[in-house]
Design a protein around this ligand. Structure first.
Ligand SMILES: [Cu+2]
Length: 158
């Protein structure tokens, strides 16, 4: 993820979620995770899988987190050999009986205006608002990339 490629979404128009009553038990969030960020990074990514075990289609329409000014749903596309991202307009459809993954190869959550850097081992709370299912809370576990130097216990440099 290269910050200079980020097309920050001035026109991002994800609508405000309706006040919902309770989390929908047919919507499940599987393996919500993120990456550690450098100290002054303005953005971070989030990945997860949404499983809809119900009979009705749903739609992820809004995401928020206390860890960032705002969270957008982004799609990746390859244009002329350059990876670009842009907001998903109108929300992300979650068909009945399907699971929809946000992963490093495709769509992702974009945390914009981080309140603090994401550190490995930390858990980042997010609220996912579904059109029918209402708000669903989860937490992304911040995972160091495979092959990265593991943090050494007892060697805190601060
Ligand atoms: Cu993005």
């Amino acid at each position: 993820m290269t910050p200079r490629l980020i097309l920050v979404a001035a026109l991002c128009a994800l609508s405000v979620a309706p006040a919902a009553l309770a989390a929908d038990p047919t919507i499940k969030i599987v393996h919500p995770w993120s990456r550690p960020t450098p100290p002054s990074a303005p953005t971070a990514v989030g990945y997860l899988t949404i499983v809809n075990s119900g009979a009705q289609p749903d739609r992820l329409i809004d995401v928020s987190s206390p860890a960032a000014e705002k969270v957008e749903l982004h799609a990746m596309s390859m244009t002329g050999g350059v990876m670009r991202m842009r907001p998903v307009e109108g929300g992300l459809p979650i068909p009945p009986g399907a699971s929809v993954s946000l992963d490093p190869d495709g769509n992702h959550l974009m945390f914009i205006g981080l309140k603090h850097p994401f550190a490995a081992g930390e858990r980042i709370p997010v609220t996912l608002n579904f059109e029918h299912g209402g708000p669903t809370r989860t937490a992304l576990s911040v995972e160091a990339p495979a092959g990265a130097m593991p943090a050494m216990p007892g060697m805190n440099m601060h």
